[in-house]
Design a protein around this ligand. Structure first.
Ligand SMILES: NC(=O)c1ccc[n+]([C@@H]2O[C@H](COP(=O)([O-])OP(=O)(O)OC[C@H]3O[C@@H](n4cnc5c(N)ncnc54)[C@H](OP(=O)(O)O)[C@@H]3O)[C@@H](O)[C@H]2O)c1
Length: 278
């Protein structure tokens, strides 16, 4: 099986282009699922404080026997950590729960425009970065206007912007803005929560290239240059989603998949989402 390519972030840190997402994997299932992913060959895990499974991700990483510097671990600041002290404390807690000395990437999970000043939160992220306990910092669910506000008021450019992207939400504007500012786009819900499996256009392409609809869709993301981390608790799918580096989609297949865009989100609109957990 071919190896996973990496992409250089704007500070030179290399991120594997394919990872494993653990959103909605209950803590009781997370050690097993993450261990499976590491056995299959994934070396990049995407978790978050909000997912409640950092501790279990940490157990799987530490018990895998794989060198720490071979595994890229991302976490995200929860929406209820708004003040400087809470942010610093929660970062310490993430490191403690994961059982790591250093995180690879830490993101602001949502901009929360109606709740809090994301610029102030970003300045605390910059402090954490300056400390050396995280190799890169970034944002998630930021629209171009949020990023412009950030650029005008802060020093460090986000290394990544993690946003919802899949064939029904191609996000051409946000991705172009990210690229123009040397920000890597990470695509969440890359297979539209599994919906691509039932898509006739993607099924047709899959048949032509001898792959599955999920594989074709993940390959489309990779060829567009984004980072992806499909989630699955099913071993056969964890294997399937990893096996995407031995074929290529031609221009017409790429265009046909992009043509499925209908600006349809599976999740909230970042301009309207102000959820703060209690
Ligand atoms: N930053 C954010 O706000 C944000 C929001 C959402 C997600 N994320 C990140 O992005 C990751 C991925 O997104 P996601 O989990 O929402 O959605 P996703 O990866 O697009 O889809 C996951 C769903 O697809 C199914 N699936 C997996 N592989 C499949 C395959 N080969 N064929 C058919 N179905 C398949 C899974 O089922 P089984 O598990 O039952 O196999 C699960 O129901 C998350 O885990 C998280 O790390 C970030």
């Amino acid at each position: 099986m071919a190896s996973v390519p990496t992409i250089a972030l704007n500070n030179g840190v290399e991120i594997p282009q394919l990872g494993f997402g653990v959103f909605q994997i209950p803590p009781a299932d997370t050690v097993k699922a993450t261990t499976t992913a590491l056995e299959v060959g994934y070396r990049h895990i995407d978790t978050a404080q909000m997912y409640g499974n950092e501790r279990e991700v940490g157990i799987a990483v530490r018990e895998s026997g794989i060198d720490r510097d071979e595994i890229f671990v991302t976490s995200k600041l929860n929406n209820n950590r708004l003040e400087r002290d809470e942010i610093l404390r929660s970062f310490d807690q993430s490191l403690g729960d994961l059982g790591l000395d250093q995180l690879d990437l830490f993101l602001i999970h949502w901009p929360l425009p109606g709740v809090s000043d994301f610029v102030a939160r970003w300045k605390v992220m910059e402090e954490i970065y300056a400390d050396g306990r995280v190799r890169a910092i970034g944002v998630s669910n930021f629209q171009p206007h949020h990023l412009s506000t950030l650029f005008a008021a802060t020093e460090v450019r986000p290394a990544v912007n993690q946003i919802e992207v899949h064939p029904y939400l191609t996000q051409d504007d946000v991705r172009a803005f990210d690229a123009e500012h040397q920000i890597v786009t990470e695509a969440w819900a890359p297979i539209a929560k599994g919906k691509v499996a039932d898509d006739a256009v993607i099924q047709g392409i899959a048949k032509q290239v001898g792959k599955t609809p999920a594989q074709v869709t993940l390959r489309w993301h990779v060829q567009r240059g984004d980072v992806v981390f499909p989630k699955s608790v099913t071993r056969s799918r964890v294997e399937e989603n990893f096996d995407i580096f031995d074929f290529e989609l031609d221009e017409s297949a790429m265009a046909a998949i992009s043509g499925l865009n209908r600006d349809e989100r599976t999740g909230p609109n970042p301009d309207e989402f102000n959820y703060v957990p209690g």
